[in-house]
Design a protein around this ligand. Structure first.
Ligand code: NAD
Length: 382
């Protein structure tokens, strides 16, 4: 029988990687599931709900993970938690693989197999395990709702006997999963939406949401997508042309939302202080990349900075602001992954270390970091 343990997350993380729904499915697979008392409360899942679904309730995190073959977390856990895990067990979470490589090396030393869901290969078989898609989708929705709530004007055009309220103009920079959901949400609220990206594939997707696509569409743009479907770092010449185009556009916008990321690199800087100063007082800029270095000059993580009447919001953990849905989808992503690691007949963990999905997400095993990019970072510093 496979034992699955779930500790509580830190207080500032409302999401949880197990829901009563996935407990039921895991129990059906032959697993024994234990969760720390109260761990689901921020997502409105009570101990009673988990118990009824078939889970055991542990008094402490240590008790939840002791003897577990698989431990599920949302965020990277503390070294003391990983130390209390069984050697050779698997830890699966969103371990933030591109930051603090030394911290990951420290966790690796405890002999636990570390899997990070953010590195799930984007292949058809693994679509149901893609946490970036589930979490970014919710983030893209929530960012627009929060920006609209902070905006002191209406988003849709309104016609009254006393005159017309104009529709607000929303500009979304970066049309990946989060950006496309932000575009769709802003459109539903009645805004006039424009969007940009450096990947040519984004153009059609933006237009299919009835938003206008704006970009420097030169030769470099045509080659800007990697085989994995991600953006490349653009040349200095491209960035200059992009900045000129954006500067001309941003000054007429009411809300600017930036989502641009390049995997494994700092987020590209897209909005300068001068661009912010060109916007009308009362306008709003939201930097969704603020945790990864930021797309917007002046943006600060977790703060709202007001500069010459423009508010720059550095919202953190947006999926955590819709924790019920974020936990439900994340727990389903985890379930789909665990199911692929189990021998169903024996109801035992049977990890195929050569599987593309395992190789993609595994970052440490038997005390060693096995992910090349993280090992390289550690090497750079030693
Ligand atoms: P991401 O979070 O890495 O980046 C967000 C967006 O920022 C991307 O669209 C990127 O092109 C854009 N960007 C980067 N630099 C920029 C710049 N200088 N200016 C403007 N925009 C910039 O990306 P993501 O949301 O994870 O999506 C990346 C791609 O993967 C998309 O095409 C998405 O549809 C695709 N995808 C595939 C699968 C799958 O096949 N299973 C699942 C989800 C997403």
């Amino acid at each position: 029988m496979i034992a699955i343990g779930v500790p509580a997350e830190d207080q500032d993380e409302p999401r949880i990687g197990l829901t009563p729904e996935t407990v039921k499915k895991l129990v059906k697979l032959g697993a024994k599931v234990r969760i720390k008392s109260g761990a689901g409360l921020s997502s409105h899942f009570s101990d009673q709900d988990y118990k009824e679904a078939g889970a055991g309730i542990a008094k402490s995190d240590g008790e939840a993970v002791a003897g577990a073959d698989v431990v599920l977390t949302v965020r990277r856990p503390s070294p003391s938690l990983v130390k209390s895990m069984k050697k050779g067990a698997a830890l699966i979470g969103m371990l933030d693989p591109f930051s603090d490589a030394e911290g990951l090396a420290q966790l690796a030393k405890f002999g636990v197999a570390l899997f990070t869901m953010e590195l799930m290969p984007r292949i058809t078989r693994a679509q149901s395990m893609d946490v970036l898609s589930t979490q970014s989708n919710l983030a893209g929705y929530k960012v627009v709702v929060d920006a609209a709530a902070a905006f002191e004007r209406a988003l849709p055009m309104m016609m009254t006997a006393a005159g017309t309220v104009p529709a607000a103009r929303v500009f979304v920079m970066g049309a990946g999963v989060a950006g496309l959901q932000a575009i769709a949400t802003a459109r539903r609220l009645g805004a006039i939406v424009t969007a940009t990206d450096v990947r040519p594939a984004a153009k059609e997707q933006v237009e299919s949401l009835a938003a206008k696509f704006i970009a420097v569409e030169d030769e470099e743009f045509k080659q800007a997508e990697t085989a994995g479907g991600y953006a490349k770092e653009m040349s200095a010449a491209y960035k200059k042309k992009q900045a000129e185009l954006v500067a001309g556009h941003v000054k007429n916008q009411d809300i600017v939302i930036t989502t641009a990321l390049i995997p494994g690199r700092p987020a590209p800087r897209l909005i300068s202080k001068a661009m912010i100063e060109s916007m009308r007082p009362g306008s709003i800029v939201v930097d969704m990349a603020v945790e990864r270095g930021g797309n917007v000059e002046l943006a600060k993580p977790g703060e709202i900075v007001t500069h010459k009447g423009v508010r720059i919001m550095g919202l953190l953990n947006l999926p955590g602001l819709v924790p019920v849905n974020a936990s439900s989808l994340y727990a389903r992503n985890l379930y789909a992954f665990i199911e692929s690691l189990i021998d169903k007949e024996k109801a035992a963990l049977a990890i195929d270390w050569d599987d593309e999905i395992v190789r993609g997400t595994l970052i440490a095993r038997d005390g060693e970091i096995v992910n090349g990019m993280i090992a390289e970072r550690l090497g750079d510093k030693s």
